[in-house]
Ligand binder design. Structure first.
Ligand SMILES: NC(=O)c1ccc[n+]([C@@H]2O[C@H](COP(=O)([O-])OP(=O)(O)OC[C@H]3O[C@@H](n4cnc5c(N)ncnc54)[C@H](OP(=O)(O)O)[C@@H]3O)[C@@H](O)[C@H]2O)c1
Length: 224
């Protein structure tokens, strides 16, 4: 909310897990719930199935963590190979750099036999590769339709015909999604990944840092 004080309806409040700091808890309401809903919202992947995440932003890292809670295997795509160790430390079974392997969809499919769930945060730059990576009748949760320059995703018909993937959309999630996610976060004492915390006075710098793209997890602004 980027404010020091706010008056809220008490119905909007939810109890936070005891093991989290305020900074950690602040990461949960948008990125956390979106990832929770993407992974558990419609077709919950079974233990051992493959989930693919794209990049190192808040949604992708939560999706990786939640997929591991479910016992799934995870392929993490990153544009920066130097992040591979940190993605593996979070539980990624396979990490691929899209800079080294721009056609990573075929690589992921070959390595895994086909991805069961793609958490598609990359948009036009990655959508075709996500279709290629998907298993027959796989599931792609499409979270990003356009990039920052306004370019939209395109549907390559031949690829779509071959994958027969179900493509679904969502917008963050509901209060009950939030409460279900908080129960899982508490039970597993899951820790959100914070890239950097900025003081309130440096909020513009926080936005600049976020926009340049080289982040790992959530950027937090401390309004205390
Ligand atoms: N539909 C919904 O309800 C919903 C809700 C929340 C978010 N979203 C969408 O989901 C996407 C992910 O959001 P997010 O906040 O988790 O992450 P984000 O900040 O959009 O993604 C950051 C990551 O993307 C990768 N990236 C590669 N090239 C980049 C570039 N040129 N600029 C910025 N990032 C670049 C980087 O990972 P690597 O360095 O590892 O490549 C970076 O860590 C966004 O498009 C957002 O709008 C949708």
């Amino acid at each position: 909310m980027l404010t020091e004080f706010a008056v809220l309806d008490e119905q909007w409040a939810a109890r936070l897990p005891d093991h989290l700091s305020w900074h950690e808890a602040a990461t949960l309401t948008c990125a956390g719930v979106t990832a929770w809903n993407a992974v558990t919202g419609t077709r919950i992947p079974k233990p051992g199935q493959w989930v693919l995440t794209i990049g190192s932003g808040g949604v992708s890292l939560f999706a990786l963590q939640f997929a591991k809670l479910l016992g799934c295997r995870v392929v993490a795509i990153t544009s920066r190979a130097e992040k591979a160790d940190r993605l593996r430390a979070l539980g990624a079974d396979l990490v691929v750099s899209s800079t080294d392997i721009p056609e990573w969809g075929g690589w992921a499919r070959e390595q895994t036999g086909g991805i069961d769930l793609v958490v598609e945060t990359g948009g036009p730059a990655t959508f075709a590769q996500s279709l290629i990576a998907s298993t027959l009748y796989g599931h792609i949760v499409l979270l990003t339709l356009q990039d920052a320059s306004g370019r939209s995703i395109e549907m390559p018909a031949a690829l779509y015909q071959r994958s027969l993937a179900t493509i679904s959309r969502l917008f963050v999630g509901s209060r009950s999604n939030l409460e279900a996610m908080l129960r899982a976060v508490s039970q597993h004492r899951l820790k959100p990944v914070i890239d950097r915390v900025f003081p309130f006075a440096e909020a513009p710098e926080a936005y600049r840092h976020f926009r340049q793209g080289d982040v790992f997890g959530k950027v937090v602004i401390d309004c205390a």
